[in-house]
Every structure is written in C-alpha cells, then in structure tokens.
Design a protein around this ligand. Structure first.
Ligand SMILES: [Ca+2]
Ligand SMILES: [Ca+2]
Ligand SMILES: [Zn+2]
Length: 435
C-alpha cells in the first residue's frame, strides 16, 4: 500500500509540475468525499432543500432588506516553517478582501463590463475574526499550530489532513458557529499543487470549512494575487459551483454548454478561463431565458471562474440567491447567521459611529515609527494624513493592512495630528514626537 501510494504521488507530482496550476480542488474533494464517506444522500439533501427554498422565496430574495449577516471566522494556521506561519497582517487583510468582495466594495468593481454591471450583487455578508472560542473564552480568532508534516494535501489518500490532529492538523471549531479556514502548505514535492479547496454545505460536519495554500492567503501575500482564492473558496462553502459547471456528480454532460452551475444569470460557458482575463470569449450561446435574445460573453469577472485575481470583480444576484438558499436551509449555515462567537463589536461597512474607538495609534509619544492599527473594522479602505502644529501636511499614505507604520524619523520633535479617514469617516489623533 505504502509503495503504491508513493508511486502514485510521484506520478501525480510529475503530472502537476507539467500541467497548469490547478487552482481549486473543491470538485475533486467533493467526489472523493462522496466516494470515501458515502455522502451522496446528505449532499443532495442539502441541494434539494436549498433549491426548494429558492423556488418558494424567489420574490423575497430579490427584495432582501434583512440586516447584513456577520460570520465569525477562525483561522487555523498550520505551519512547518516560518514562511508558512502566515502573519497576522495577512490574515487581517484577507478578512478585509472577503468583506470588500462580498459587499461589492472591491476597488476593481468598476472594471466589470457594462453588460454585467447591473447584475453584480452586494451579497450582504461580512466576516470577522471570532472573539470567543467554543468555550466562551476570549480569542483572537487565530490559532497557530506547528506541524511536522511536510505536505497537508494528498489528492488521493489524505486531502483533509490539515483538519486532523492525528495527521498534524488542527481540529475545527463547531461549524454551526464558525467559518473554519485553515492555511497550510499543500504543495507536493515542493510543487504548488492546489491553491485552495472548500467543502459544500451538507458534507461531513467534522471537515467543514475552507483550506488555503498559505502563500495565497492575504491581499498581497503573492505578487499578482489579491486574495481572491479565499473569496472563491468561501463561495463554494456557501454552495456556489464553478461558473463553467464542471463535472459535479449528477451532471449528465460535464464540460459542455449543457451543464449548469444552477444560477440563472451566470452565462453558460464550456470551460474555465485560462487564468487570464479574456473578455472576447463567448463559448456558449444557449443561454438561460433570463438573457432573452442577448448572448452574453463568458463572465470572466466572476469569482467562481479561474480568471486571474485582478480580473475578478463580482458575484451575481443569482449567485447571491443561491447562497441565501443554503444559508436558510442547511442547519450549520443557518445557525452561523446568528452565531454569537464574534462580530458583536465589529463595525461593518457604513456603520461606524465613532471611528476613534477603532483606531489605535502607538507608541505615543513616538521617536521614529508610529503604528496605526484598525481594530475590528469590516472594510479597510482607509488613508492617513499627518499635520504639524502649524497645519502643514507632512505625511500621507494608505492603510492597506490593519497595521500601518508611519516613519517620523525625519520630523522634528513636537506635536503632530494624525488624521485617519475613508470616504465616510474621519478621526484625528494627537501624536507627540520625542527625540
Ligand atoms: Ca449559469
Ligand atoms: Ca454566451
Ligand atoms: Zn473552485
């Protein structure tokens, strides 16, 4: 068994090295899980319940006025070396990216082509790091666990090792209260094999959640990647299929224009985008009646395609409806909507009453570096400006991470005013520079 295992792994790694990087292993894991754990019925029960809900609530979902749903997140950082020990700043920035994308606040939304612009959805979901652990104790929502295991993903025999303490992984927190995200190394023989995978609603509870290759976690973790891998995987976690409707179990004609992602307003398309941003391609013309006589191009902007991160801008209204069909029917997804494991003091988009409560500036007095942290904010599109005592602007910058450093070494000693702001909120704090 062991020998065969190694041989298969070697062959696979050779195949992977020569092939294009496969971004997402969700469908592979779905098929393997169904095979290994006989989960066909629970998976389809979840699907059917969601479809029934959608059918009965079509009008309701388009007119949704319910408050934004806030989802507590626990991040399990499972690492073998320092590089894999994802820093807090990357985790914070990843949470911000999730919020931007699920609230249609992403700065590249304007790149969405006109034909799709009006169907982009504010999904009205926000994410925050948990502030209570399963026992009710205070937590940062980040668990760090060192592991001796070199790879956490074996496509055939152990794709969920990162979730199992006996295999060097870390146990999940109850999926009815937390979105579990693991970061780890999934490369095989030092070849990056998979960027992430997720579990659909209705699969085994003990492995629920999302797994992300550690160096793709965060807004700027990897050059040219913007944290969209996690957005894509959380989409799967909420029941989204790939936009090209790949070989899901039960689909009769995978990889053709007749397969479906069960979403009416995402155009049919034959295959994944080639990890680029091809706005010319129109691979199918048999569109849903929703489109009438229009034959839209493939929606490469969609988070559920494989386009490059900078190309991805949107979920559609139809995808939002499908997400809410699972959030209203799958027991764990339904429960997480009212989880009290975090987000109680979390300020979402447009609801910050006093920004001062969320902004820390330290040390103060400072000698060289002044640090700015934004705590528990849903959206991080903040900038800063620093003024001297006579009102002259001496520094400006953007706050991309929740921790930003302002170098004051070139300023003379004295009193300064640090203004932190975004389009709707401003706070100014007094800073003393000592020499
Ligand atoms: Ca579709
Ligand atoms: Ca088309
Ligand atoms: Zn995927």
């Amino acid at each position: 068994m062991k020998k065969i295992h190694v041989l298969v792994a070697l062959l696979l790694s050779a195949a992977i090295a020569s092939a294009q990087l496969d971004k997402c292993a969700t469908m592979h894991v779905l098929k393997e899980s169904i095979k290994q754990h006989n989960l066909t019925s629970t998976f389809y029960t979840a699907e059917q319940a969601a479809n029934k809900w959608l059918e009965e609530n079509k009008a309701k979902i388009t007119a949704k006025t319910k408050a934004v749903i806030k989802i507590p997140v626990v991040v399990h950082v499972v690492y073998k070396n320092a590089a894999q020990n994802v820093p807090d700043s990357n985790i914070y920035s990843q949470i911000s990216v999730l919020n931007e994308c699920f609230r249609k606040m992403n700065s590249n939304y304007g790149n969405t082509r006109n034909i799709f612009d009006s169907i982009g959805a504010d999904v009205e979901l926000e994410f925050c790091l948990a502030d209570k652990d399963p026992l009710g104790n205070a937590t940062t929502g980040i668990i760090r666990k060192s592991t001796p295991t070199s790879s956490q993903f074996d496509p055939l025999f152990g794709f969920d090792n990162v979730k199992k303490p006996s295999k060097g992984g870390d146990t999940l927190w109850p999926p009815s209260r937390y979105l579990n995200i693991w970061t780890c190394d999934m490369s095989l023989f030092s070849v990056e094999a998979v960027l992430g995978y997720a579990q659909f609603p209705g699969m085994a509870q003990q492995t629920d959640g999302v797994v992300i290759q550690y160096n793709y976690f965060g807004r700027y973790a990897k050059p040219k990647f913007l944290g969209r891998t996690t957005v894509h995987e959380v989409g799967h976690w909420l029941g989204m299929r790939h936009i090209w409707a790949d070989d899901a179990p039960g689909l009769s004609q995978p990889g053709t224009c007749d397969s479906t992602d069960f979403v009416y307003d995402t155009p049919n398309c034959k295959s994944q985008s080639a990890q680029d941003c091809d706005t010319v391609i129109n691979s199918c013309s048999n569109e849903d009646p929703y489109w009438g006589t229009i034959d839209p191009p493939d929606m490469v902007e969609n988070y559920m395609d494989y386009s490059k991160d900078s190309c991805m801008t949107m979920f559609t209204k139809g995808q939002k409806a499908r997400m809410y069909s699972f959030l209203n029917t799958n027991p764990d997804r339904l429960a997480i909507c009212t989880s009290t494991a975090g987000c109680a003091t979390f300020a979402g988009v447009g609801e910050i009453k006093d920004l001062g409560n969320y902004v820390n500036v330290y040390p103060n007095p400072a000698s060289d570096l002044v640090k700015i942290t934004l705590n528990n904010l849903g959206y991080s599109d903040f900038k800063y400006e620093m003024f001297n005592a006579t009102g002259q602007k001496v520094k400006t910058g953007e706050i991309n991470y929740f921790i930003t450093e302002v170098n004051t070494a070139d300023l003379s000693a004295g009193i300064y005013f640090l203004k932190v702001y975004n389009t709707s909120n401003t706070i100014t704090k007094r800073v003393v520079v000592n020499r």
